[in-house]
Design a protein around this ligand. Structure first.
Ligand code: 8Y4
Length: 282
């Protein structure tokens, strides 16, 4: 059984947990300025926590395909005030910092974040060293290419074997740098340099990642794999996301990164209530 530990907090991964997503990025319509952006993010955090999120993933850089890169100063100005707010108001909640920049990792942890979520799996210069020094849990996500080009023509020999080999290599690099084994989580990175077929093969064969011995974090919420399968806009992908998250939880995923916390918690309650009658896990 996996457990995440940090100074004051422990998080049991015996049954799947929900991580609520908070993007602190300007919305494309009305920019009411820095304070309005901060206030909206605080309200969103309060809501997701009330709905049952045990972790909050705070991100200040858009990793959507084709998105612009964000400066260090801008990223810090977006995420640090929110981290301070959540850590002060919700002391039992885990704060994850979604970043690839070592300076943001360090400042975020200093401001009260508990773990690092890096879609580049600590491959930016100095990221591995800084994460090792901070001694906090890190989620290593798989991505083929970079956000600006990753969906151009994703290619794998065998998507399961290739992604597993990536985790073996990055896991080794983390251990060698001084990151503790119990502080490593892995994530196959749905939508990050994967075709529709690759994404659904990863979902259908998720349980094959357990052999690596790391807890699994999964991000399926509202992703374009559902949009493409069903021809649905991002606002119409809730049912598909819930189905995907149920399949992931049933395959043994430990943390589900989602926008729709209340609905995902309902799904997990149904799963948990029926799981208690199982004598063997199959
Ligand atoms: C609508 C809204 C449609 C957002 C797509 C999206 C993951 C992640 C992202 C993930 C981990 C996203 C930061 C992409 N996805 N981190 N981050 N795993 N660990 N797209 O799957 O949510 S951003």
């Amino acid at each position: 059984m996996f457990e995440l530990k940090n100074k004051q907090k422990a998080l049991s991964l015996t049954s799947p947990l929900v991580m609520g997503i908070i993007n602190v990025t300007p919305d494309s319509f009305s920019d009411g300025g820095r304070f309005s952006q901060f206030e909206k993010a605080c309200q969103q955090a309060d809501k997701l926590i009330k709905e049952g999120a045990k972790l909050i993933d705070v991100g200040g850089e858009s990793t959507r395909p084709g998105a612009d890169e964000v400066s260090l100063q801008e990223e810090l100005a977006r995420v640090i005030p929110l981290i301070e707010y959540v850590q002060n108001k919700h002391q039992d909640i885990w704060i994850s910092i979604d970043t690839s920049k070592p300076e943001v990792m360090e400042q975020a942890i200093m401001a009260g974040a508990d773990m690092i979520n890096d879609v580049r799996a600590l491959q930016m210069p100095n990221a591995l060293e800084v994460a090792a020094r901070l001694q906090v849990p890190v989620c290593l996500m798989h991505m083929q290419g970079e956000p600006k080009n990753m969906q151009a023509s994703p290619k794998y020999q065998d998507v399961i074997q290739d992604v597993k080999a990536f985790f073996e290599a990055r896991g080794q690099a983390c251990l060698k740098a001084g990151i503790k084994r119990e502080n490593i989580l892995i994530d196959p990175g749905f939508g990050f340099g994967k075709s529709l077929g690759h994404n659904f093969e990863l979902l259908g064969r998720l349980s094959e990642f357990h052999v690596l011995g790391f807890p699994l974090l999964i991000g399926l919420s509202r992703k374009s794999m559902f949009g493409h399968l069903l021809d649905r806009d991002v606002s119409e992908r809730l049912s598909a996301s819930l189905a995907g998250n149920l399949l992931a939880a049933q395959a043994g995923a430990h943390i589900l990164r989602v926008h729709d916390v209340l609905e995902t918690q309902d799904v997990l309650s149904v799963l948990n209530e029926s799981q208690q009658f199982k004598f063997v896990n199959n």
